[in-house]
Design a protein around this ligand. Sequence first.
Ligand SMILES: Cc1cc2nc3c(=O)[nH]c(=O)nc-3n(C[C@H](O)[C@H](O)[C@H](O)COP(=O)(O)OP(=O)(O)OC[C@H]3O[C@@H](n4cnc5c(N)ncnc54)[C@H](O)[C@@H]3O)c2cc1C
Length: 399
Amino acid sequence: MNSFDVVVVGAGAVGTSVAYHLTKKGFEVALVERGDIASGTSSHCDAVALICDKKPGIDTQMGYASIQVFKELAKEFSYDFEFHQPGSLYVCETDQEYEVAADYVKQQQADGYAMRMVDPYEMQEMEPYLAKDLVGGIWTEPDSSMSPYKLCFAFVEEAKKLGLKVFDHHTVQGIKLNEKGSVEGVITDRGTIKTKRVVNCGGPWARELGKMVGLDIPIFPRKGTILISEKTARVCNQKVHEFGYMLSKFEDINFKRNVSELVEKHNVAFNIEPTKADNFLLGGNREYKGFDINTEIEVMRAIAERGIRFFPIISEINMIRAYSGVRPYCEGHLPIVSEVEEIPGYFIAAGHEGDGISLSGITGRMVAQIMAGEETDFDISKLNFSRFKGQTFADDMAE
Ligand SMILES: Cc1cc2nc3c(=O)[nH]c(=O)nc-3n(C[C@H](O)[C@H](O)[C@H](O)COP(=O)(O)OP(=O)(O)OC[C@H]3O[C@@H](n4cnc5c(N)ncnc54)[C@H](O)[C@@H]3O)c2cc1C
């Protein structure tokens, strides 16, 4: 095995984007993955890049910038990752939700984002199968979609043209530090790779990769499940989700939904997404259950129940498959994108929770900027690992 300028660990959407952007900047890069490309959460998820589900400020700024990166790459890459920009629709069930939504939209409009409130009539025109009793919603023009699986392969194949070396089926077992505590190499089950810089892109497993150098990285698996329908005539035209999704994502948003015990128990929030294969994905939920990705019948039932509430036609359509994945939840909701002060050469780009596909484009770009000593597109001091300095975290987030 050789020596590289940088070793990127983890070939999900984040790691492949980081590897691509670093290679493009002229670094000699090795991408190390213990399974196949995209075998982690990036192949067990939905496919959207949204700004509508981001908090105002840095969260939305990154989401928007990332969509611009995908737009450029979709033109540049010869590998098609199915990027398209249909927009998205948030729907409100109650007047209280509508008020919270309107307030949120006002803040986002003030920051210049193309979001607006829509009334029930316009919603029906956009989505004729939507339940008739909804009070309105938010339409967000820049929201986009793509194939997350193809996105990872697009980054890898395009980076390979520029010299990227891929070591798949290599498990990282340790990080070698020199006597000064700086990175010197990456130890895998198939040999050691010499390098002065490593990027931890381990997604939900970033915590384990941190422990290898004594770091307490507060990233934990947050499970979600998706149902997949049979092929059907078009049920929806874009990503449609309930505004209560914000509640399931950020526990601090202040309103309570009127939902069944089952839906509440599994923290289910309705979302539906059409695919290019003429079926749709129906989600989803958020729960802390460790790394278990078995699908559970009770959760599937709760997701179906919530789906039928918003699109009654779903009761007439067969669901043919389900899968679960674990989101890399990071304490405080923002990902970590920075070098670690106390270990020169150790970088982290992980913890994007339910936004790792969305934010992979801008994350890769920012890591390459940081490593090249350039100014990042915007101030990302809030993403620095140093925000957790002096804190310790328990391993178990399971409920
Ligand atoms: C149900 C569900 C729906 C979602 N929907 C969306 C969505 O619509 N939009 C969106 O933006 N996000 C969505 N997400 C979140 C998104 O999937 C994740 O944020 C994203 O996939 C994380 O990417 P990643 O590259 O950080 O992690 P991963 O894709 O998990 O990649 C990490 C990689 O590191 C590898 N690895 C770990 N340890 C080692 C080791 N020791 N040695 C070598 N390799 C190692 C793993 O094998 C893995 O391949 C969803 C998630 C779920 C579960």
